[in-house]
Design a protein around this ligand. Structure first.
Ligand SMILES: [Zn+2]
Length: 380
């Protein structure tokens, strides 16, 4: 166990390095003036995972462990208001050329000035859009392959995020959200000086012990087993065209009468963006991309509805008061695009938070652990 002095020194060191990515390009996480990409120091596994973001910077990241309106959430009845997307004046002009950056925790497209959204009389300007894998928000308990976050900021420094579910055409790629585990011990040492990307966190030793899962098509025997399991669950397998979650045109009922339906309006944009992801495999790297046609995505989003609620950044410092708009217009992407994104992003989804207004799940876990430790031992 480290001494109090060494722990304090460690925490002070972390305080200067833990920063946000969901807010990159906003006042909370300004871009470097020299154009360098700031690589994030938090992560999604081990001691820098969401369970331990508080210790990376206890002052700045307090909301991550104590906030009661934290994001992401499971989008169920009563957690959001439903509005027509047409009521939000969404303006997403095409982008001639811009930068595509690897922040270590996500890949992000910098938005040149011009994109905006007007909600309740407030104008929010588009700053950037980035990707999570799998989706951070859940649609009635269900995750999707990915989620795109389009981050806007008003002149008064209010942040609004437009969330868009991305799924492969046959629904493949979505993973179950990780269940929150017990919080890490306070003395856990954050890897603040050696932030590494999810794809290379394995030590050489562990790599030798783990058989690498290679890509490719499942064998026919494996596919038949999967099909049998899915059939028993009442879900069609990948080879079936009718009824399975994620098929184009399939509609899923969600809370308050909203539906999350699949469209392909934004897929060409995302295919174009991810075609360049192989150029930024190293955290801190960037490349030029463009032109990017935003019209297909904009038209698709405008035709749907938005599930809106007041939540938080899903990355440190987990600041609250963020206005969320989660689109009911799920975009379908190709398996090739999903594979390209996954090869660089790896895994970068914060676990689902408690219902809005209820106690932070990390605070609940700490209280339960403290109560257990304080309980008198049972008599022999
Ligand atoms: Zn995000």
């Amino acid at each position: 166990m480290p001494s109090p002095q060494s722990l304090t020194a460690l925490l002070l060191l972390c305080a200067s390095t833990a920063r946000a990515s969901c807010a990159y390009g906003t006042h909370l996480h300004a871009r470097a003036e020299d154009g360098a990409v700031k690589v994030n120091t938090f992560g999604y596994t081990g001691t820098i995972s969401p369970l331990n973001w508080l210790s990376l910077d206890p002052a700045a990241n307090a909301a991550c462990a104590t906030g009661r309106t934290q994001s992401p959430i499971d989008m169920t009845q009563g957690q959001f208001s439903l509005i027509q997307a047409a009521d939000v004046q969404l303006n997403l002009p095409d982008i001639a050329e811009t930068e595509f950056e690897n922040l270590g925790t996500t890949v992000e497209v910098i938005a040149p000035p011009g994109g905006s959204m007007v909600a309740n009389g407030t104008t929010f300007n588009l700053k950037q859009f980035h990707f999570h894998l799998p989706s951070e928000h859940l649609d009635q308990g269900r995750s999707f392959a990915m989620e795109m976050h389009m981050v806007f900021e008003s002149d008064a420094k209010q942040i609004a995020v437009l969330g868009v579910y991305l799924d492969t055409a046959n629904g493949a790629g979505a993973a179950a959200a990780p269940a929150p585990a017990a919080p890490a011990a306070a003395e856990a040492k954050p890897k603040s000086k050696s932030r590494r990307h999810a794809r290379d966190v394995e030590s050489p030793e562990s790599k030798r012990q783990v058989q690498v899962i290679s890509g490719g098509t499942p064998s026919s025997s494996t596919q038949s087993i999967i099909d049998a399991i899915l059939a028993a669950m009442g879900v069609s397998g990948g080879a079936t065209t009718g009824g399975s979650v994620g098929n184009v045109g399939n509609v899923i009922n969600v809370g308050q009468g909203a539906t999350v339906g699949a469209t392909t309006g934004g897929s060409s944009l995302i295919d174009t963006v991810m075609a360049s992801v192989g150029k930024i495999t190293t955290p801190g790297s960037k490349t030029k991309i463009g032109p990017l046609s935003m019209a297909g995505l904009a038209d698709s989003l405008k035709a749907g509805q938005l599930q809106t609620y007041s939540g938080s950044l899903t990355t440190p410092p987990c600041s609250e008061g963020v206005r969320w708009f989660v689109s009911t217009q799920k975009q379908t992407i190709s398996l090739q695009t999903f594979d390209a994104a996954r090869s660089v992003i790896g895994f970068n989804a914060r676990f689902p938070q408690n219902k809005l207004g209820q106690e932070n799940v990390l605070a609940l876990a700490v209280a339960a652990n403290n109560a257990r430790a304080a309980a008198p031992r049972a008599a022999p």
